[in-house]
Design a protein around this ligand. Structure first.
Ligand code: SAH
Length: 214
């Protein structure tokens, strides 16, 4: 895997584009400037890896747009050492961004093919998140509670296990809705049984599905 001056130049341009679109968190922008997105895509997409586009990553799934990755990451208000649970590892690009920002990352993927592929790529980049093949609706009880959570697939409802496994004061960013479009929600847990929610605009994700696939 080669990361040359051309790729680095394209990343710089992408960062400027994200800044113009309203991303302000410098730590998020620095991570996007650092992580080679083309490593997470099939070679046929290398040339377009730094345009603000989604691509097929196998098993009928897509890597999120860089803007979406930046937007969700910004909403998490990540601090070094935060324990973050991600649902929908997919290509692993979002996972790498969180790890690059100094978070302790736990990520779950229900497509075995993608889990295996990402499990090979991520350590090559020097990150060591904990990856799991499983059902994100259940969260990851043995590592709970988490400071933050990010769901990268469209959820029909807020999975109760996720709220349970979130610390009080913790943040959950989740695209909510069935069908083609979802509303980006920021959930802040205010007490053991209570939370506030904010709606932050319409996005388009692949659906969050039940149980694991082969
Ligand atoms: N963050 C990823 C997004 C991939 S698309 C990236 O940028 O590459 C969303 C992913 O969520 C898909 O890989 C899909 O298989 C996965 N997914 C869907 N339902 C899930 C569930 N119940 N548990 C865990 N992962 C799920």
């Amino acid at each position: 895997m080669i990361d040359n001056y051309r790729h680095k130049g394209l990343r710089k341009k992408l960062v400027e584009e994200l800044r113009e679109k309203g991303i302000k968190d410098e730590a998020v922008l620095a991570a996007i400037n650092t992580v080679p997105r083309h490593f997470f895509l099939d070679a046929v997409f290398t040339k377009q890896a730094y345009s603000n586009m989604a691509f097929q990553i196998g098993a009928g799934q897509t890597i999120s747009h860089p803007y979406t990755v930046a937007f969700q990451s910004q909403l998490l208000e990540i601090k070094k050492g935060d324990k973050i649970l991600e649902i929908g590892t997919g290509s692993g690009f979002q996972t790498a961004i969180l790890a690059e920002m100094g978070a302790k990352v736990f990520s779950i993927e229900r497509q075995r093919e993608l889990y295996l592929k990402t499990n090979r790529i991520i350590p090559k980049l020097g990150y060591n998140p904990k990856l799991k093949y499983g059902d994100g609706y259940k969260g990851w009880p043995s590592f709970a509670p988490f400071d933050k959570m990010i769901v990268t697939c469209g959820a029909p409802f807020i999975p109760p296990a996720l709220i349970e496994q979130l610390k009080v004061g913790g943040r959950l960013v989740i695209p909510l809705g069935e069908g083609k479009e979802q509303e980006m929600m920021l959930i802040i847990k205010t007490g053991p049984e209570t939370y506030d929610e904010k709606k932050l605009g319409v996005f388009s994700f692949v659906p969050m599905l039940k149980e694991t696939a082969k």
